[in-house]
Design a protein around this ligand. Structure first.
Ligand SMILES: Cc1cc2nc3c(=O)[nH]c(=O)nc-3n(C[C@H](O)[C@H](O)[C@H](O)COP(=O)(O)O)c2cc1C
Length: 189
């Protein structure tokens, strides 16, 4: 089978289509961000890449804070909507019936319906071209209680998170392994 060569482009998939919140409980905004990821484990660091034309851009730059909220596949329509309309004209939370809860480490609110919310403080800003990358420390994480079992283990597969791949949304499928399972010794019975 042959390979087709394309010129370099933004094709990394799947990625999380995050609902990023910024501003304050009194004046919040939401935008959808697919250009995000983890940069470092210790200290826990992430980034979001935002076009300067976004209404949220100035808010994030001025407050130095944002929250990465992970939507479920049931929130697919809301996730797309928050990436289509600007908060400069409309109240996206109201239109999508999304509720806010206060952050614990940042003034930016979290989205109540999202199972996981990463509260982030900007440490650095890099102008890369079309997008500016906001590097940030993950100061706190809020997780929906029902996904943590009695042993304190987070069972994220139960949350039904939404994925985004090359312009299309997907519900995460079946679990096919876990970290290190390929080299793990089987328990003797
Ligand atoms: C799936 C999806 C992913 C997106 N990813 C990004 C992104 O990574 N960076 C960005 O600047 N805009 C991204 N957008 C576009 C913004 O979410 C969109 O322009 C939004 O309306 C900006 O909202 P605001 O003007 O209220 O800040 C994405 C949109 C969608 C639908």
């Amino acid at each position: 089978m042959g390979k087709i060569i394309w010129k370099g482009g933004a094709l990394l998939a799947p990625v999380p289509p995050a609902l990023v919140t910024c501003g304050t409980m009194e004046k919040p905004n939401i935008l959808t961000i697919a250009w995000t990821g983890i940069l470092c484990t210790h200290p826990p660091m992430t980034y979001i890449s935002v076009r300067p034309s976004r209404y949220s851009y100035k808010i994030i730059q001025e407050t130095g804070e944002f929250v990465i909220n992970l939507p479920t596949s049931g929130m697919c329509r809301e996730t797309d909507f928050c990436g289509m309309k600007s908060g400069s004209h409309i109240n996206k939370a109201e239109k999508c019936h999304l509720e806010f809860l206060p952050g614990t480490a940042v003034y930016a609110p979290i989205i109540a319906q999202c199972p996981v919310s990463l509260e982030c403080r900007v440490t650095e800003q890099k102008e890369l071209g079309s997008h500016t990358m906001f590097l940030a420390e993950i100061a706190a994480i809020q997780i929906e209680e029902k996904y943590i079992d009695s042993k304190g283990k987070l069972n994220l597969q139960q949350a039904g998170l939404l994925a985004y791949a090359h312009g299309e949304y997907f519900a995460l499928g079946r679990k096919c392994g876990d970290f290190g399972f390929s080299v793990r010794k089987k328990k003797k019975h």
